[in-house]
Design a protein around this ligand. Structure first.
Ligand code: ZN
Length: 247
C-alpha cells in the first residue's frame, strides 16, 4: 500500500504489533529512559514524534488510506545511551538513543532520522525481514507457535528484524531497496511535519564523517554510501512539495 511493490508477509502485522508492546515495555524497563518533563532532548524527541505522527495520520486519513496506520498507538521515548541508534517497532513504538543527538545536532535532522525509522515501520520492512527469518530459521512455523515453542529465539529474530540489537555482530542491515524507500518516505514525512527535508543531505554527510573514525551502530543496520546522498537529491523535489515551514 505504501511501497507499491510485492512484499513477503507471512506474519500478521497485528501479531507483530502485539509482540511489539511486550518487547517495547521490556526494553524500556531495561534501559535508562529520560523524562520529557525535565529533559530537553527527550522533550524534543516527543515533539518531533508527535508532529510526524499527527501529520501522517491526517494525510493518510484524508487520502482514504487510514488502514496504513491501522493499530498504531504511537509512543516516543529517549534512552540515555552512547549508542548511535533509533528505531520504530510495529504500531509506532519509537526509541531514540542520546548517542544519536551529537550527529543530528538539530531538531530538523532528528526529524529526518525519525521520519526514516517510522517509514521503515509503515512500509512494513520489519515484517518482511521477520517473515524471511520465520521461513529460514523456523521452518515457516506460525508466529504464535514459534513464540510458544522457541520464545527466546523468536524474540531475538523480532529484535533483529527491527534493527534493535545489543551486539554489533548481531545487527542485520536493511536491504538497499528498503533503505531507499525509508529515505524517500522519511523525507516526505519530515516535510509533512514542517521540517525542511533538505537537512537530510547535511545530516547524512555528518553521519558519513562520524563513521570514518568510529562507525556508529546505526550504520551497521543502515548501509551508508555515496549513492544515498545522490538519491536523496533525486527525491528532494517531491519531498519539498509536502513542505510548509513552521513559524
Ligand atoms: Zn534505514
Amino acid at each position: 500500500m505504501v511501497t507499491g511493490r510485492k512484499q513477503l508477509s507471512l506474519v500478521k502485522e497485528s501479531d507483530l504489533q502485539l509482540m511489539a508492546v511486550t518487547q517495547y515495555n521490556k526494553f524500556l524497563t531495561e534501559n535508562k529512559v529520560l523524562s520529557s518533563g525535565n529533559n530537553k532532548d527527550a522533550a524534543m524527541v516527543d515533539r518531533v514524534g508527535a508532529r510526524i505522527a499527527n501529520s501522517i495520520t491526517k494525510y493518510y486519513a484524508s487520502h482514504g488510506k487510514g488502514l496504513v496506520l491501522e493499530g498504531y498507538k504511537w509512543e516516543f521515548n529517549t534512552v540515555d545511551s552512547k549508542e548511535v541508534n533509533a528505531w520504530c517497532m510495529p504500531g509506532g513504538k519509537v526509541v531514540v538513543y542520546t548517542g544519536l543527538l551529537p550527529i543530528t545536532q538539530n531538531e530538523t535532522a532528528l526529524a529526518i532520522v525519525m521520519g526514516h525509522e517510522i517509514a521503515h515501520s509503515i512500509a512494513k520492512h520489519g515484517n518482511e525481514r521477520m517473515s524471511q527469518a520465520m521461513v529460514q530459521q523456523m521452518g515457516g512455523m506460525a508466529l504464535e507457535v514459534a513464540l510458544a515453542q522457541k520464545p527466546k529465539e523468536t524474540q531475538d529474530l523480532f529484535l533483529l528484524s527491527y534493527g534493535i540489537g545489543s551486539q554489533v555482530g548481531a545487527m542485520l542491515p536493511w536491504s538497499r531497496q528498503q533503505e531507499s524507500e525509508a529515505d524517500k518516505f522519511g523525507l516526505i514525512f519530515a516535510a509533512m511535519a514542517g521540517y525542511n527535508p533538505q537537512e537530510a543531505i547535511s545530516f547524512w554527510q555528518r553521519m558519513s564523517t562520524a563513521s570514518v573514525e568510529n562507525p556508529p551502530e546505526f550504520l551497521s543496520t543502515h548501509p551508508s554510501d555515496e549513492t544515498r546522498i545522490r538519491k536523496l537529491k533525486q527525491y528532494m523535489p517531491e519531498a519539498l512539495k509536502y513542505y510548509t515551514p513552521r513559524n
